[in-house]
Design a protein around this ligand. Structure first.
Ligand code: AMP
Length: 281
């Protein structure tokens, strides 16, 4: 059965009605697309019930960012999410769409600081972003109290930071990284793709192509210095906000290819920053 719960009271009432059933949780900011549905689908597959949250979190937006413009499309979202009910007819499918006061009550003082692996790349472009992300995810974990939680690998640095936060504060909640879902042309799905014109979408592929090029060199076992100089050449296109290699396990700097790595990039397309990555495991 599908339910839309808009307050913590409604959520707790549902949660208290459960016996020992497990909950799989997919946090989102709404404007639901196929990638969000893939997280919830997995949550429903692996647990007795699935919860998807829809909350545009103010604390992860910096000054001058798109908090006000961020698409809020709850009715359409509910319709899209409902399509999963047919596939999981015997499970509860909960859409938790709280008010700001449910997440940040007046006396709220649990603001967290993200780990130092959040300082560069996205953290460099958006200095307070990850503090807001780990704060809201911790608050959502506290309210929703899931057994497993599902995050997309599109936001790879975020996934690593959430894993660290959960390990420290919510050791019983498993954090699961899910594959990137792409448009037919290879562009990673994102609510911010709504801001792009057709022409923008085509230039967005520069990012995907750069990542594929570096992936090829890594798979061919080319010298790391050669790969880094190739990356420097690509970055001469000033639309690249960054292009980097990191360890896929601890997100530290890469000095060799003896363990899994991730190639990450961020491309400026007019006012929109697009991010994408490829794991080489
Ligand atoms: P958002 O609503 O954009 O904050 O995203 C909510 C969740 O969906 C996060 O865990 C994202 O990483 C994930 N997500 C968004 N886009 C994609 C995508 N194209 N592929 C995989 N996961 C995604």
């Amino acid at each position: 059965m599908i339910r839309v719960l808009k307050t913590n009271e409604e959520y707790f009432e549902w949660k208290n009605s459960l016996n020992k059933e497990t909950i799989g949780f997919a946090p989102t900011m709404g404007n639901i697309h196929a990638a969000h549905l893939s997280l919830l689908d997995k949550a429903l597959e692996e647990n007795d019930h699935g919860v998807i949250s829809i909350y545009v979190n103010p604390t992860q937006f910096g000054e001058g960012e798109d908090f006000d413009a961020y698409p809020r499309t709850l009715n359409d979202d509910i319709e899209k999410i409902s399509t999963l009910q047919k596939k999981h007819p015997h499970k509860d499918l909960i859409i938790y769409a709280p008010r700001e006061s449910d997440i940040y009550p007046e006396n709220f003082d649990q603001y967290l600081k993200a780990d130092t692996i959040g300082i560069d790349l996205e953290g460099d472009l958006r200095p307070t972003h990850f503090d807001g992300v780990v704060t809201v995810v911790a608050r959502l974990f506290e309210i929703v109290s899931p057994n497993k939680s599902y995050f997309g690998k599109k936001d790879y640095q975020q996934l690593k930071l959430v894993e660290l936060m959960a390990k420290e504060r919510f050791p019983s909640i498993e954090v699961i990284g899910m594959p990137i879902v792409r448009e037919d042309n290879g562009l990673a799905m994102s609510s911010r793709n709504n801001y792009l014109s057709q022409e923008d979408k085509e230039s967005a592929l520069i990012l995907r192509n750069a990542l594929l090029k570096i992936e090829k060199l890594v798979r061919e076992n080319k010298e790391i210095t050669l790969i880094k100089s190739e990356m420097e050449k690509i970055k001469q296109d000033t639309r690249f906000n960054y292009l980097a290699l990191k360890s896929a396990t601890d997100f530290k700097e890469v000095t060799n290819f003896n363990s899994p790595i991730v190639i990450l990039g961020n491309l400026q397309v007019n006012a929109t920053r697009l991010l994408d990555n490829i794991e080489v495991l």
